[in-house]
Design a protein around this ligand. Structure first.
Ligand code: FES
Ligand code: FES
Length: 167
């Protein structure tokens, strides 16, 4: 079958697909977007996290065909127009030393971005709950928690600067 998905704001035509393909497979293997990682393919680790119409989902558990007509946002689509620039969340993870092997990082970036969009100044338990679906086998989570708080501060400062500029 042929079908069309909208990914990171761009319509994508897919040919020779089959109904059972996961969204993760299509993103990585058909569309060349390797940011979403394939670690467990069972919804256990969160390394494949994406936003589908703004909802945080494990793309390994979603059939690509069920995302027709939806807006899919991957980690590659979270930044600004310069694809080489780090997002505030990525910067905070680097600065907090929260990246070791990096396999969990893209999924964490998507989950933290989702949290900060919903809860701009999250408390410790809100952060823990938001990343509870993202397994990290390396860091022990302490630095990840620091990074999320740092990202929240960066985002608040950016908001204050832009509202001062607007006023
Ligand atoms: S690869 Fe999807 S949750 Fe682990
Ligand atoms: S940094 Fe290795 S799994 Fe998280």
């Amino acid at each position: 079958m042929s079908y069309r998905l909208r990914v990171n704001g761009t319509p994508q035509e897919l040919e020779d697909g089959w109904l059972g393909e996961s969204l993760l497979f299509v993103l990585r293997e058909r569309l060349g977007l390797p940011g979403s990682k394939n670690a467990c393919e069972q919804g256990e680790c969160g390394s494949c996290s994406v936003l589908v119409d703004g909802r945080l989902l494990c793309s390994c558990l979603v059939l690509a065909a069920s995302a027709l007509g939806c807006e899919v946002t991957t980690v590659e689509g979270l930044g600004g127009p310069d694809p080489t620039a780090l997002t505030d969340v990525q910067r905070a993870l680097v600065e907090a030393g929260a990246i070791q092997c990096g396999f969990c990082t893209p999924g964490l970036v998507v989950a933290v971005h989702d949290l900060l969009e919903r809860v701009p100044e999250p408390g410790d338990w809100e952060i823990r709950e938001a990343i509870s679906g993202n397994l990290c086998r390396c860091t022990g989570y302490g630095r990840i928690l620091d990074a999320v708080q740092r990202a929240a501060r960066l985002r608040s400062a950016a908001r204050r600067t832009s509202s001062a500029g607007a006023g």
